[in-house]
Design a protein around this ligand. Structure first.
Ligand SMILES: Cc1cc2nc3c(=O)[nH]c(=O)nc-3n(C[C@H](O)[C@H](O)[C@H](O)COP(=O)(O)OP(=O)(O)OC[C@H]3O[C@@H](n4cnc5c(N)ncnc54)[C@H](O)[C@@H]3O)c2cc1C
Length: 490
């Protein structure tokens, strides 16, 4: 039995100090891939994730499809394939989970991380602040686990911010951008204007199921009442579910970090209002037995801060497929921008421009230009708003993060900082190491296939530069992308 007497002094939580080689903050696919890659090279790694499962936007809490350079098999890159850890994860998931159950995907990720003896995994643990060693270096991050009431101090020579909003890089003082660059800054013709909007919003999903008896539905009082506020409401079908509603997007005109709770409320309002419309408007047949099975409570975040690295990817790097001497990853998703008004916009849900093939992502995009011991991974890497429209998809994020993990292991071995990888031929060492992780192999295999064995004709082979695909229907991205290269239907 424990009895503690009243004390006039404030009590403190239990304190735990951890010293590691490499600290990865954020357990989305980027953080997972960075941590596993580093750990397999013997680097003592701590992976800090604020939620109970891994996977970020691909986790069972949010339920997005993880996609990469194939762009859903809808463009020229349909044979491209990211290698290494992300490939292992996707293949294992396909083997165990061909139905795409997000709960099984959680277990695939948790198992992969738990199998690594060099990873200390801290779930339910949110990094809330940092301490700097000097003006250009991070010393420690501070985190709190609300489940076990422990305050952690985690120190290391190297850090990777894979947190999505970039809490570590922000607090460390690194330069960042939010919103779109003007067309003039980098001569990017696709840079959106204010009317289209300059920031992508959040989304939440819902799943439904059919029972063997009628189920009534009474919407909460906060549900959207007037469905005509959604200009594209006529495309809503009763059998739509989950990612079909990727265009239930909101917040592109708000502060997508500090107003996330307000954005989430608006998305809840939309979801329950749309379900009320499906169940009770009388416009849908055979919906009596349908019920809500799951509704998201954590919004999927698309865009907030992008941090400045030693190089910033731009539109031209993607569409002209520039080759970089320090290339360590590649992407292939469309330049995929969305109207900031999201679900309330009269524009189509997205505008996608496909390049003719995969493009390089240089190592410098993953290295903070201001904080010497900080790597960037995921959607916060150094890219313009337009280039981010492509680099942001999860398999591309995870693939790039593998190079970060490998670089962290080289830096640990050689007692170097991330930028030193660019000196004295070290970049070749990193490229060779990632190659042995099968990353390059797939890229070049892909290019050979394009060269010698052209697949069925697709428009972009015959167009000089790039296709503009404006999705008119708000349907799943798969169809929209396919339609741009194969048919005119959406
Ligand atoms: C609705 C929607 C549709 C999309 N469609 C697709 C798609 O079809 N396919 C695709 O591949 N991509 C898609 N994307 C883009 C993609 O999901 C994101 O760009 C990608 O998840 C970014 O990866 P990340 O690792 O940077 O961030 P995340 O996946 O968000 O992971 C970041 C992780 O960090 C954790 N974290 C945050 N703060 C802290 C903290 N303080 N301490 C500890 N942990 C923290 C979070 O819990 C999260 O797990 C979509 C995005 C949205 C929102």
């Amino acid at each position: 039995m424990i009895v503690e007497k009243y004390t006039t002094e404030k009590r403190n939580n239990k304190q735990v100090q951890i010293l590691a080689d490499f600290v990865v903050v954020g357990g989305g696919l980027s953080g997972v891939c960075a941590a596993i890659t580093a750990a397999r090279k013997g680097t003592k790694t701590v992976l800090v994730q604020d939620r109970p499962v891994l996977g970020g936007n691909a986790s069972s809490e949010i339920r997005l499809w993880a996609l990469g350079a194939t762009s859903h098999m809808g463009n020229n890159n349909r044979w491209s394939r990211e290698g290494g850890v992300i490939d292992e994860i996707m293949v294992e998931n396909l083997y165990r989970n061909k139905e795409g159950n997000p709960v099984i995907f959680d277990t695939v990720l948790l198992e992969k991380v738990k199998n690594e003896e060099n990873i200390t995994l801290l779930l339910n643990t949110a990094v809330s602040s940092i301490e700097k060693a000097d003006s250009r270096k991070i010393k420690s991050v501070y985190a709190f686990n609300s489940q076990n009431s422990i305050d952690y101090t985690i120190s290391a020579p190297l850090f990777c911010d894979a947190s999505g909003d970039g809490i570590v890089a922000f607090q460390a003082g690194a330069s960042f951008r939010i919103g779109a660059e003007s067309k003039d800054e980098f001569n990017e013709s696709f840079a959106p204007d204010e009317a289209y909007g300059q920031l992508l919003g959040h989304s939440m999903f819902f799943y439904t199921k059919e029972l063997d008896h009628p189920v009534k539905y009474v919407a909460p009082s906060y549900a959207l009442k007037d469905i005509s506020q959604i200009p594209r409401h006529k495309i809503i079908r009763k059998d739509m579910t989950g990612c079909n509603f990727w265009w239930f997007e909101y917040g592109g005109r708000l502060d997508t970090i500090h107003e996330t709770e307000e954005i989430k409320w608006e998305l809840s309002k939309v979801i329950f209002g749309v379900w009320d419309y499906i169940k009770n408007s009388g416009k849908f047949e055979d919906v009596e037995n349908l019920t809500l099975e799951w509704v998201g409570n954590v919004p999927g975040k698309r865009e907030s801060r992008r941090f400045e690295g030693l190089y910033m990817m731009k539109q031209q790097d993607v569409i002209k497929q520039h080759c970089f001497d320090d290339a360590v990853a590649f992407g292939g998703w469309a330049l995929d921008l969305h109207p900031a008004d999201g679900i309330y916009s009269t524009h189509s849900g997205c505008t996608q421009w496909h390049a003719k093939g995969v493009y390089d992502i240089p190592y410098r995009c993953f290295v903070s230009k201001d904080i010497d011991n900080l790597f960037l991974a995921g959607r916060i890497i150094s890219a313009s708003h337009v280039a981010f429209g492509s680099t942001r998809v999860m398999v591309t994020c995870g693939f790039g993060a593998q190079a970060v993990g490998m670089a962290a292991s080289i830096c640990t071995e050689e007692k170097m900082l991330p930028a030193h990888i660019l000196e004295n031929g070290n970049i070749k060492k990193l490229q060779n190491e990632t190659e042995s992780g099968r990353t390059k192999y797939f890229k070049y295999a892909h290019r050979l296939i394009l060269q010698f064995n052209q697949p069925r004709p697709c428009i972009s082979y015959f167009k000089p530069s790039i296709i503009r695909n404006t999705c008119q229907c708000g349907m799943a991205q798969t169809r929209c992308i396919s339609s741009s290269v194969a048919t005119s239907k959406c």
